[in-house]
Design a protein around this ligand. Structure first.
Ligand SMILES: [Zn+2]
Length: 119
């Protein structure tokens, strides 16, 4: 095993983290669904509270987008796990490393590639 590659114990630990994360995100998305419904313009709630409601809704929507993106990454990591390629950077195909995955089990890229993509 080369340095950076995951032992089977580490792999299973990260797999469990992903499963928990997946359920958690699905749950959060379900809960926020109610808040993301369009504001009823006909509802007599007054101008200020309507603006509040719209603002609240924008925040909920932005939050949902973040959750959805993360859920996609978690699912795709679970898929990679199923294919036996989990923990490998999708760009350079080097091992992502246990410590990075422990902090972000859904990370699709190694730190170097992530940095390169963000700059
Ligand atoms: Zn990489």
């Amino acid at each position: 095993m080369s340095p950076g590659e995951l032992s089977s114990v580490q792999l299973e630990e990260l797999h469990q983290l992903l499963l928990v994360e997946c359920r958690d995100l699905e749950c959060q998305l379900q809960r926020s669904e109610e808040g993301a419904k369009p504001v009823q313009l006909g509802t007599p709630i007054g101008r200020l509270s309507r603006m509040d409601a719209i603002q609240q809704q924008e925040m909920t929507r932005a939050g949902r987008l973040t959750l959805e993106t993360k859920l996609r990454q978690v699912r795709s990591s679970l898929d990679a796990y199923g294919r036996g390629v989990y923990g490998v950077c999708r760009f350079c195909e080097e091992p992502i490393g246990y410590h990075r995955l422990k902090a972000r089990p859904e990370a699709p890229f190694c730190l170097a590639c992530q940095d390169r993509r963000e700059t």
